[in-house]
Design a protein around this ligand. Structure first.
Ligand code: PGA
Length: 264
């Protein structure tokens, strides 16, 4: 997957039902079909596991996502879903290490490492979520914490594959208190540079911001040069709102050109 596009990734968490999914997909795929500018974006829905097989739009730029993959490749692990099963369902991207998984399900570093490896083995792109908590943020430890979170899962991986990185400060998730766009930009710029430790060319790695993104604030994130998209929970459930987020990423380059040339 190349970084020529911007990513708008919906994370439905434990919300939704079949009807809601069908309505969302219909509205989003119709919008993409009717509006060619939307086809330059990558829109993705990370639906709850039972609905993944129903995520058929026939629109190539609408990606199929999952919120979880088992660290185990297969076997006697009741309740688990393997990377191979997700591949079988044509899943394109999978969230790894979301802070809610770490907080409520005690997902460990070794599990995250194994999840990345399992996904890369079957050619699925992980959306690796990293982020500091409020205390670490206030203590100025953001860069240190993020470096650690990347090192512990990327160091000594048998083989690295395509990656999407989502920076989500934990205190900004679902709180209505997003990180200021300029602060997020600084962190993204830091991440862009530090990824060179593991990837000879970090440029194709999309860097998404997540945490209380909504239609009112999204354009400020879209304008930042190192923010390649957003990972969105609450505001992604409604297809109209989701499409408003996408629209902001279409308009951003136009606003940027106007601003740079002194037009706006
Ligand atoms: P939020 O969630 O947009 O509701 O803050 C973001 C996320 O958890 O990925």
């Amino acid at each position: 997957m190349q970084n020529s596009s911007k990513y708008i990734v919906a994370n439905w968490k434990q919300h939704g039902c079949q009807q809601m999914l069908a309505d969302w997909l219909t509205q989003v795929s119709q919008a993409v079909t009717q509006k060619p500018s939307l086809q330059h974006l990558r829109l993705a829905l990370c639906a709850p596991m039972p609905y993944i097989a129903m995520q058929h739009t026939g629109v190539p730029s609408v990606l199929r996502g999952a919120q979880y993959v088992s660290p185990y490749q297969g076997g006697a692990y009741t309740g688990e879903v393997s990377a191979r099963m997700l591949q079988d369902l044509a899943v394109d991207i999978v969230l790894v290490g979301h802070s809610e998984r770490r907080q409520w399900f005690n997902e460990t570093t070794s599990q995250r490492r194994a999840q990345l490896h399992a996904l890369w083995c079957v050619g699925i792109t992980p959306v690796l979520c990293i982020g500091e908590n409020a205390e670490q943020h206030l203590q100025g430890l953001t860069e240190q914490v993020l470096t650690q979170q990347l090192s512990e899962v990327l160091d000594d991986q048998p083989q690295l594959g395509p990656l999407i990185l989502a920076y989500e400060p934990i205190f900004a998730i679902g709180s209505g208190h997003p990180l200021l766009p300029v602060e997020a930009q600084q962190v993204h710029n830091f991440l862009r540079n530090i990824l060179a430790r593991w990837y000879t060319d970090p440029l194709p790695i999309p860097l998404l911001y997540g945490g209380s993104v909504n239609p009112d604030n999204v354009s400020h994130y879209a304008l930042q040069p190192d923010i390649d998209g957003v990972l969105v929970g609450g505001a992604s459930l409604n297809p109209t709102t989701f499409l408003q987020l996408a629209q902001a990423f279409i308009q951003a380059p136009i606003v940027r050109i106007k601003t740079d040339s002194g037009v706006a």
